[in-house]
Design a protein around this ligand. Structure first.
Ligand code: HEM
Length: 302
């Protein structure tokens, strides 16, 4: 039921890159004395727990769905075949790591422990799962450099989306001092600059693998059109980011600039979470137009 897969992959990818990026933001923005790690984590922790459970459920559904399509059966018929796929296929070998990492993610989001232990654990484990996700993607057909670039693309997406989302949640739920908000806003703005640059460069490289330098493929293939839609929605966010950076950040010590920034960051996060990541999930489940043989994860690599 490949048709369902983008609907499973979207919450998986949004939860995964969101968890990675918000954990990175907390380490970047928390400051001893004014707004420490404990204070910046507490408004995010309930979201992290939900995200970890969403990853556990949706990734398990993805594994079952891929097993079902490999064997040409439905989910019920796929259950008894799961162990064989786990031990006999490339996807299965990757899933063995994936399963352990995502269970550890759930444990570290629920475990009563110090934030100085929890946050780096969440950051490291979610980075590992993003890498394993890249190993299961179309990039796996194009070699290890393509897999690393795919990982960097998804990680940069997480750092940008996560910084915006964490800033919005902490500001709305954590009552941080306005001096902290001003400093955090500068950090978000600075990191947005280079994460967006990495996103575009790695996105173009990955798109080349999916389309080649072929305008016909870009304009008329399902993969090309989905990519164009994704870039179009992405370009809706850029002017909002530019307005924040060049109009609001220079005035960020003022209450009204802070209020407008939080509103705009909320809008950016929503467009990225629904529009861009939704289309990224569709793209990841659309056969590339260029030089592609078998759907990802369906090869029997002995
Ligand atoms: C110029 C802009 C961009 C280009 C050209 C681009 C291109 C791509 C391509 C070709 C893929 C691989 C799909 C596949 O075959 O599996 C991809 C995946 C992805 N992109 Fe982008 N992208 C861009 C911007 C973004 C932005 C702004 C975000 C989010 C903030 C984003 C998030 C992702 C994610 C998370 C994936 C992995 C999806 C998955 O594993 O399910 N991309 N992108």
């Amino acid at each position: 039921m490949i048709g369902l897969r983008p609907l499973i992959e979207w919450p998986l990818v949004a939860a995964l890159v969101g968890l990675f990026g918000t954990a990175a933001f907390v380490l970047l923005a928390s400051e001893e004395g004014s707004f420490n790690l404990q204070q910046s984590v507490s408004p995010l922790l309930p979201w992290w727990r939900i995200a970890a459970l969403v990853i556990l459920v949706t990734a398990s559904c993805m594994m079952l769905d891929v097993t079902a399509s490999m064997a040409g059966v439905d989910w019920k018929g796929a259950l008894p075949l799961f162990t064989e796929v786990l031990t006999e296929t490339h996807a299965g070998h990757v899933w063995q790591w994936y399963l352990s990492a995502m269970i550890a993610l759930v444990i570290f989001t629920f475990l009563p422990t110090r934030q100085s232990v929890r946050v780096p654990a969440i950051l490291g484990l979610s980075a590992l799962v993003i890498f394993l996700q890249a190993e299961l993607s179309h990039a796996t057909d194009k070699g290890s450099l393509a897999v690393v670039v795919y990982f960097l693309h998804a990680a940069a997406a997480g750092l940008w989306f996560g910084a915006l989302l964490a800033f919005w949640i902490v500001q709305r739920r954590g009552a941080p001092p306005s001096e902290w908000v001003a400093r955090a806003a500068l950090k978000v703005s600075k990191s947005a600059g280079w994460t967006v640059a990495i996103l575009i460069l790695t996105g173009i490289y990955t798109a080349y693998h999916g389309l080649g330098f072929d305008l016909y493929h870009l304009l008329y293939s399902a993969y090309g059109r989905t990519l164009l839609a994704k870039v179009a929605v992405f370009s809706l966010v850029l002017p909002i980011g530019a307005y924040n950076r060049y109009r609001l950040i220079p005035e960020i010590n003022g209450a009204s600039a802070q209020k407008s920034l939080v509103r705009n960051v909320g809008i950016e996060s929503l467009i990225l979470a629904v529009g861009v990541l939704g289309l990224a999930a569709v793209l990841a489940n659309t056969p590339p137009a260029h030089g592609h043989v078998m759907p990802p994860g369906m090869q029997m690599h002995m």
